[in-house]
Ligand binder design. Structure first.
Ligand code: NAP
Ligand code: ZN
Length: 367
């Protein structure tokens, strides 16, 4: 069976915020602007949003406390602010962290959800949202997921519900011109990871594959630019659109164990999310050459690579891994991954074993 459900209206292009003031008007009287400490202002998106809201005669309150890899505490705090300030819609500005946090806040502002039930889903209501990505990587603007740090499991977990899809996503590459090189690279690797992982999921469909192939092709066309660090506005816009396509892919398929493995790097070592995926993605495809060789060959075609080995070398050149795990860390991360990724492992074309996972962790930084 093939199906595709992604109800957000996506508008891409230069000045898409300023040129779509009516969309903001549709959503309510008072906005909660959800963003991180400084990037929303630095990249110019906050100024554009405020100018649109003021022109529309709409009120707003800025909640700029979202940290990278948002916590459960911060989304409950954001929901309290949304309620106490009587905001009736959300404008999320930022990378995946503010966009994810905004989706949790949207639900928690409308429903009383106990902390122990936050990852159980089944939500019925959420404030309407406009998402404005300022990184090109997560595709969070078109997914129904919010990934939150969960100390109880020493990892990250997903809050999810169809009501968490934003109403609108506005994609303007000019907001990405302030991104430092490392964040640009790490986030693009995340986008690539989403599309590649989506193609390896048993839940992939003709529709998700179409988005995945295009997204991989759009990113691999810039593999040399990623190494050189030179990105013009057109390239930034292409990364953003490829990232959005990657988000559409995982909104249908979810991610694979590569993401769960990455959460341990992020939780214990503070590794950026996209980089954390890139540390094992290539090795995962090498395992896949034994399990689903035709699928891997297809992915290689869109990557413009001859083999998974060649892709591993490219990622090593791009990310220059310095993370090396001790034997105890390999054991611990593998245990956590096996505990949290049972469903993902079962729904993947690559049937990775516990030994494969330990081996992938052990190889990081050692090539
Ligand atoms: P991020 O955590 O949102 O942001 C990383 C850093 O980049 C922050 O310091 C941020 O600053 C800065 N930044 C953002 N935009 C900038 C800009 N235009 N110019 C300069 N600096 C900028 O990074 P991310 O990689 O986009 O998001 C990662 C998060 O998304 C993780 O928590 C991951 O689990 C989640 N994720 C979610 C999905 C999903 O489907 N929901 C998919 C993949 C990943 P500020 O702090 O000042 O904003
Ligand atoms: Zn990701």
């Amino acid at each position: 069976m093939n199906a595709f459900y992604m109800p957000a209206k996506v508008i891409t292009g230069y000045n898409s915020v300023m040129d779509n003031a009516d969309l903001f008007k549709n959503l309510g009287k008072k906005a909660l602007i959800v963003c991180g400490k400084s990037s929303a202002a630095k990249c110019g998106a906050l100024e554009d949003v405020i100018s649109v809201l003021e022109k529309n005669g709409q009120d707003y309150f800025i909640f700029n406390e979202i940290m990278p890899n948002p916590t459960i505490d911060v989304v409950y705090k954001g929901a309290d602010v949304a309620k106490s300030k009587n905001t009736d819609f959300i404008v999320a500005i930022g990378g995946g962290s503010p966009m994810d946090a905004a989706k949790s806040i949207a639900v928690l502002a409308k429903e009383d959800v106990k902390r122990e039930d936050i990852f159980k889903g089944g939500f019925k209501n959420a404030l309407p949202m406009i998402h404005i990505p300022t990184t090109a990587g997560t595709g969070s603007e078109v997914t129904p997921y919010s990934i939150l740090t969960n100390d109880a499991v020493q990892s990250k977990m997903t809050m999810s519900s169809p009501v968490m899809f934003p109403e609108y996503a506005l994609l303007d590459g000019k907001y990405m011109e302030s991104l430092p090189y490392e964040i640009t690279v790490n986030t693009v690797v995340d986008a690539l990871s989403h599309s590649v992982e989506g193609m390896l999921s048993d839940k992939s469909t003709v529709f998700s594959d179409m988005a995945a192939r295009k997204s991989i092709e759009m990113i691999s066309a810039h593999f040399d630019d990623l190494l050189s660090g030179e990105f013009d506005l057109k390239t930034r816009q292409e990364f953003l659109e490829a990232s959005c396509l990657g988000g559409m892919v995982i909104s249908q398929t979810g991610t694979t164990v590569v993401h769960t493995m990455g959460y341990s790097f992020t939780y214990f070592k503070g590794t950026d999310h996209g980089r954390a995926n890139g540390l094992t993605l290539g090795e995962f495809l090498k395992i896949g050459e034994k399990h689903c060789p035709e699928r891997i060959e297809e992915i290689m075609t869109y990557l413009g690579m001859g083999s998974a080995d060649e892709f591993v070398s490219y990622l090593d050149k791009l990310l220059k891994p310095t993370e090396v795990l001790t034997t105890d860390e390999v054991k611990k991360y593998t245990e956590i991954t096996m505990r949290l990724a049972a469903k993902k492992l079962g729904a993947c074309k690559i049937k990775a074993t516990e030994a494969d996972i330990a081996d992938m962790y052990a190889k990081v930084g050692k090539r």
